[in-house]
Design a protein. Sequence first.
Length: 192
Amino acid sequence: MKESLLFFFNFIRHPKSTGAVFPSSRGLAEVMVEDAGLDTAATVVERGPGTGAFTGVIAERLGDQGNYLGLELREEFAAIVKEKYPHLRVVTDSAEKIVENLRKLDRENADAIISSLPWTTFDPDLQNRIMKSVTDALPSGGKFSTFTYLHAARLPAGRRFRSLLDKNFSEVRVSRTIWRNLPPAFVYHCTK
Ligand SMILES: C[S@@+](CC[C@H](N)C(=O)[O-])C[C@H]1O[C@@H](n2cnc3c(N)ncnc32)[C@H](O)[C@@H]1O
């Protein structure tokens, strides 16, 4: 409840970057990790963990052999995730800085990137910059998973984002809709 309130107040203060009124559901978390390549990933980056709606599920799938790096813009969200999962590395930084933060861990790239960023609130320039940071950080065959709300996918920014995915990935798979998420959402599972 406390986390949902914090999320809500962040949405009021920063609607564009928070992008949602409440944290995502467990159902959406499970679909996000379903085909995200976590079973074989040595390094996974989560962008925009918020209060950690997906983080625990990612850590369970990743197991002991995998490295996790979380990049969260808001310090108060990062602090919550660090407190819940003290063994995971969470950095307060922009999601654009994937490669820079991987280098600090002596890693060249990530095998999988899971993103919760609210793409449809971003202008074309920011969408392009953030997409470039994803493709720069993934090797060929690397996995990228991101969700979108059903209603937002039909808006011009949602359509533009979909075409950006088609341009940058060799495969883009659309998951089933998670109707019980508020609002209903689906996941794009992409392979570079
Ligand atoms: C829609 S919320 C999702 C939060 C959480 N993963 C969930 O599903 O409940 C988007 C999250 O992305 C973060 N965010 C937005 N822009 C960001 C950026 N440029 N870099 C890192 N995090 C960002 C927000 O602070 C917020 O935590």
